[in-house]
Design a protein around this ligand. Structure first.
Ligand SMILES: [Mn+2]
Length: 319
């Protein structure tokens, strides 16, 4: 049954021991939304199969308690947060549960006792409306976690709706949290030293090629390829490809800046095309994509990626 914000909160009052459960590899929108609901209504935050890097940073910075891989049968009721399919919860067995989600399709709500499903830019925006309907104050830590959820789910506001900005402004106004405080948490250096070493090595080993005003970089690393590729585009590359090899599988992560995308680079397409050449799989978005190949020469595959990007940018330059 679909309910409104007040109905959602009102129904949860019937339960005392509530699990607010995030999807696997939980992101800040999931963790921030679950944490805010748990603080306001009472309950605990659960995560399935860990959290992503930024969510872990948020958990550390705000000292949020999370239960890893919880069993919903140990709780009176479960609220599934920012999750649209059962697959996103792995094998977690749900019995009585509610859903709050913002993804365009949401199948997990079909068996829920009640749910709120809106096409917002983030679940955090919906959660803020729930808190408002309760007439509850927005605590500092909750406000910071909701703002983090909005920032990350909207890709630093690239995909934000006018409502995202309105909600953000309202959270800032009512909680007294400054936007800069949250940006500082997000900008803080990754705490994982192995990641910092990996990213620096990727920068050290980078080979670059220039096409007109564009720079394409390739590099290798043993893990954190996606992060490293992203950072290479922050420090000067317009297009980057970072390869990592693990257990005989070669994985290439690619990132492109808007400047390169506007000139015809589509990372998803490049990854798809290159992966086919080597009998692997690949794809993704315009600006971020990846491929996996079973075995092969990592340098050769990286070179193919670079050649394809160079070709696209050269053709664009010549027209
Ligand atoms: Mn989300």
């Amino acid at each position: 049954m679909e309910v409104d914000e007040f109905g959602f909160y009102n129904r949860l009052l019937d339960y005392s021991n509530i699990l607010f459960l995030c999807h696997r590899n939980a992101d800040p929108d999931a963790v921030g939304s679950a944490y805010t609901l748990a603080e306001a209504i009472g309950g605990v935050v659960g995560v399935v199969d860990g959290c992503n890097r930024v969510a872990n940073m948020l958990i550390n910075a705000l000292e949020i308690n999370v239960v890893a891989d919880p069993d919903p049968s140990n709780y009176d009721f479960t609220v599934v947060v920012d999750t649209s399919t059962q697959a996103q919860l792995n094998d977690t067995k749900l019995t009585k549960y509610a859903v709050v989600d913002h993804h365009s399709t949401c199948s997990i709500k079909d068996d829920a006792e009640f749910y709120i499903h809106r096409c917002a830019s983030s679940t955090a925006e919906i959660v803020f409306e729930i808190i408002k309907s309760m007439d509850a104050p927005v605590m500092r830590k909750s406000a910071m976690s909701l703002i983090t959820g909005i920032i990350t789910d909207t890709g630093n506001f690239k995909y934000a709706s006018p409502q995202s900005f309105r909600t953000l402004a309202e959270i800032i106004e009512t909680s007294g949290v400054e936007y800069g405080e949250v940006v500082d948490i997000l900008a803080s250096t990754p705490q994982d030293i192995s990641m910092r070493i990996a990213v620096l090595k990727a920068a050290m080993r980078a080979q670059i090629q220039r096409v007109g005003e564009h720079i394409i970089a390739i590099s290798t690393i043993s893990s954190f390829g996606g992060t490293a590729a992203g950072i290479l585009t922050h420090i000067g590359a317009d297009v980057s490809f970072v390869g990592a090899e693990k257990d005989g599988v070669i994985r290439i992560s690619g990132r492109a800046r808007r400047t390169a995308i506007e000139d015809g680079v589509n990372m998803g397409q490049i990854m798809h095309d290159v992966s086919k050449v080597y009998g692997g799989t690949g794809g993704g978005h315009d600006g971020a994509a990846g491929l996996d190949v079973d075995g092969g020469d990592i340098q050769e595959i990286l070179k193919s990626c670079m050649d394809m990007a160079v070709g696209i940018l050269q053709r664009h330059k010549n027209v």
